[in-house]
Design a protein around this ligand. Structure first.
Ligand SMILES: O=C(O)C(=O)C[C@]1(C(=O)O)C=C[C@@H](O)C=C1
Length: 260
């Protein structure tokens, strides 16, 4: 029988420890790599991101902004943001959930809810990452392209904000090491303490390998074309330059609030 994957602490009921939290990060790599492969099906479609075209009557921002905001509103009604692992890109004015509340385990310090770096993730994704891996051109598939963008954004956001759980585990495992640094508000020392260079090297190699495996042309013969749907080097660059540094930023922000 297939087992439900333990993609998240809030669903798995697993003990919270560094291994289980890292397992979740590893599983989330699959989601991120697949979401990028899906987005790469479409060309850049830059009209989607242009604020000045006025594509949506009465809405002054870009079409992608409109689609993300409206999608988040319906997902909020269905309870998505009741899950402490999920953070909206447009938190202001979101409608409340209309479905029965699910009891998510209270793992995090309540201050976790005040940490949302999605503005940063939005900027990184559209201005730095996207131009690296999509083709030039415009095929008019704006709604589908925006849905793909939202999948990428949500997968990246979930992974990066998962730093809250990583930080909670690290704090619980060594409060005597973290507490003095938190009291001294010493960001640099906290950053050093929570950094494992060897783990980061493994993550970079593994995500590049996943991009190679998931993004290869599958044929029935054994002639591999050597073409990948997303360049494995771009995926490891994404992790090295943005995903891991932003996860660590979330970890530091969380720890700084951990004793409040
Ligand atoms: O695995 C950890 O310990 C994490 O904090 C996660 C992570 C990452 O983002 O992948 C971040 C910092 C560490 O240096 C190693 C990896």
């Amino acid at each position: 029988m297939a087992m439900a994957d333990s993609n998240s602490v809030s669903h798995s009921g697993n003990a919270l420890n560094l291994e289980s939290v890292r397992d979740s990060l590893i599983r989330q790599e699959d989601t991120i790599v697949f979401s990028l492969i899906e987005r790469a099906r479409y060309p850049v479609n830059s009209r989607l991101y242009n604020q000045t075209l006025g594509l949506v009557p009465g809405f002054s921002r870009s079409l992608v902004h409109f689609i993300v905001k409206e999608t988040e509103a319906i997902q909020a009604k269905a309870g998505r943001y009741e899950n402490p692992e999920e953070n909206p890109f447009f938190p202001n004015g979101l409608p409340p959930s209309v479905v029965p509340t699910h009891k998510y385990p209270q793992v995090l310090h309540p201050a976790a809810a005040s940490i949302n770096i999605n503005e940063h993730i939005w900027d990184m994704y559209f201005n730095q990452l996207l131009p690296l891996f999509v083709a030039e051109g415009d095929d008019g598939n704006y709604a589908s392209t925006a849905a793909s963008d939202l999948n990428c954004l949500q997968a990246l956001s979930r992974r990066i904000h998962y730093g809250k759980y990583v930080a909670e585990v690290k704090f619980r495992e060594a409060p005597q090491d973290y507490e003095p640094l938190i009291r001294a508000k010493d960001r640099d020392a906290l950053m050093n303490l929570l950094t494992f260079k060897n783990v980061e090297e493994m993550v970079k190699k593994r995500v590049a390998k996943k991009a190679t495996v998931f993004g290869q042309e599958v044929t029935l013969g054994n002639n591999s074309s050597g073409n990948y749907k997303i360049d494995p080097l771009i995926v490891s660059h994404l992790y090295a330059e943005w995903v891991m540094p932003l996860t660590k930023l979330v970890e530091v922000e969380y720890l700084l609030r951990r004793l409040d």
